[in-house]
Structures are given as structure tokens and as C-alpha cells.
Write a protein that binds this ligand. Structure first.
Ligand code: DGL
Length: 265
């Protein structure tokens, strides 16, 4: 029988973008079993109402709990900023969320201007508003909705002309205002890093919260005595997706130990 520590880390996102977080977690905690749920059928969450995002997050959470998750990582800024408070109040399991890294950007900027690229759902959320209201008032924050980016990534069009067009449209105004930090506030966007860096050049730092989330997962597992201490080092990394599996397979092609299945969910 499996002990609680051998149970998987449950991770969900509106789609395949949260695999950027899974990769960070897997790198830091390779001995952990994981189960990832990609709700691609309902992506993007970013244009939905708070209630719809909460309802989908409940469904995803219950799926992961029913599949034995010992902790849940909400690998989606939109779901975290809109639903994590509800989830924490209603389920007796630790939740780790992800929020845009605007604090480190605001502490390190030299020009005093930072850009943030995120979904409408994240930028309009109360949690995001609370975080920004705690920052130094002198920092100029350029908020940009990355409309259309999640859809292109979900459809495997990361390196398309359409993507380049949209990215230039969103990033160039930030550069004109001399921003020196760009915060990626959506877990899909780290897959766009090389392209964004090409537009900005090397003088702009592009940051996301992936590594910080992985460290937080480790610290909570350690604190609660939930780190996998089994001598069996063969781990299972299971991915469920409710849409075509091909784009996800391409993203995970270097991870031979990952098992990807279509799920009617
Ligand atoms: N990966 C999700 C996030 O971090 C994408 C949101 C969406 O589906 O719009 O916000």
C-alpha cells in the first residue's frame, strides 16, 4: 500500500502552460510522484467570470483529490488570483498558488518602470489589486493583457507569425516607456521567453514565478512531513488532458518518464 508521502503532488492549469511549473517542480523534487491536469477544453480561463473560474477550479481540485493528491499546486495565475482563497477555505489539503512576480521586479527596477503581461482575469482580480497597492507608489506599472497568447500556445503556434505580431504589439509600448523588467504573469508565457527576449534585447530582465513556486512546494512538503521518503526511486508522472494530446506530447518530449492520456473531463 502507498503511504501518504508516496501520493502524488497534484497540479492543475487551464491548459498546458502549467507544465512550465511542473518542470520546475520536477527538477527540484525528482523523487516526487506527480499528477497534472490540463483543462485545455476550457482554456482560456482569463476571459471568464470569477464565478466560472472558481467553479472550474473546484472541479479540477476534486479530480486531483480523488486521484490521491497530497498537496495541490494551482499552476495558473488566473485560477490562483480568483479562486485560491475559496479552495483554501473549503478543502482540507495544502494549496500552493502562483502570482505574478511584481514584487521582486519593483524592488530591482532601475528605471522605475516595470511591465506585466498577464490575462485579463489576473489583472482584474482583487488579489492582484491588493498586491500592487502594497508596492512603492513611485513605481510605474504597465499592465498588458496578453490577449490571444494562451490560445496560440494551446494550439502549438508558439513560433508563428501571429505570435510574433502579438508579442511586438504588447511589448513595444513597454520598451517605449523604458521598462527594464517584464513580469510574465501567466504560466503559459515562459514558453515565449526566447521570443520576448529577442524583442526586448538583453537590457530588459524577464521574470516569472516558476522557481519560487517549486521552492515553496518543497518547503511546505518538508514542513508537513510529506516529502517522498520511499526507497523506490521510480516515479510516476501522469498527465491528463481533455483535448488533443499532441501539443502536450511535444512539450514533454524530453521527459521520458511522463505518461500522457486523453481524459473526457
Ligand atoms: N496558465 C494560465 C495562467 O497562468 C492561463 C490562463 C488562461 O487560461 O487564460 O493564468
Amino acid at each position: 500500500m502507498k503511504t501518504i508521502t508516496q501520493q502524488p503532488i497534484g497540479i492543475f492549469d487551464s491548459g498546458i502552460g502549467g507544465t512550465s511549473i511542473w518542470k520546475e517542480i520536477h527538477q527540484l523534487l525528482p523523487e516526487e510522484n506527480t499528477i497534472y491536469l490540463s483543462d485545455s477544453k476550457n482554456a482560456p480561463y482569463g476571459q471568464k467570470s470569477t464565478q466560472e473560474i472558481v467553479d472550474l477550479s473546484i472541479k479540477n481540485t476534486e479530480f486531483l483529490i480523488n486521484n490521491g493528491a497530497k498537496i495541490i499546486v494551482v499552476a495558473c495565475n488566473t485560477a490562483t488570483t480568483n479562486a485560491i482563497q475559496y479552495l483554501r477555505r473549503n478543502y482540507n489539503i495544502p494549496f500552493i498558488g502562483i502570482e505574478p512576480a511584481i514584487k521582486p521586479a519593483s524592488l530591482n527596477t532601475k528605471t522605475g518602470t516595470i511591465g506585466i503581461l498577464a490575462t485579463k482575469g489576473t489583472l482584474n482580480s482583487i488579489l492582484f489589486e491588493e498586491t500592487t497597492s502594497n508596492l512603492n507608489e513611485e513605481i510605474n506599472i504597465i499592465e498588458q493583457v496578453g490577449e490571444g497568447l494562451v490560445e496560440l500556445i494551446e494550439n502549438g503556434k508558439i513560433y508563428s507569425e501571429e505570435m510574433t505580431f502579438l508579442l511586438k504589439r504588447y511589448i513595444n509600448p513597454m520598451l517605449e516607456q523604458k521598462c527594464d523588467y517584464i513580469v510574465l504573469g501567466c504560466t503559459h508565457y515562459p514558453y515565449l521567453l526566447p521570443q520576448i527576449q529577442k524583442i526586448t534585447g538583453d537590457n530588459v530582465k524577464i521574470i516569472d514565478s516558476g522557481e519560487a513556486v517549486a521552492k515553496q512546494v518543497k518547503s511546505i512538503l518538508l514542513q508537513r512531513d510529506l516529502l517522498n521518503n520511499s526507497s523506490n526511486k521510480q516515479t510516476n508522472n501522469i498527465f491528463y488532458i481533455n483535448k488533443d494530446t499532441s501539443v502536450l506530447e511535444a512539450m514533454l518530449k524530453d521527459y521520458k518518464n511522463s505518461e500522457i492520456s486523453y481524459l473526457d473531463f
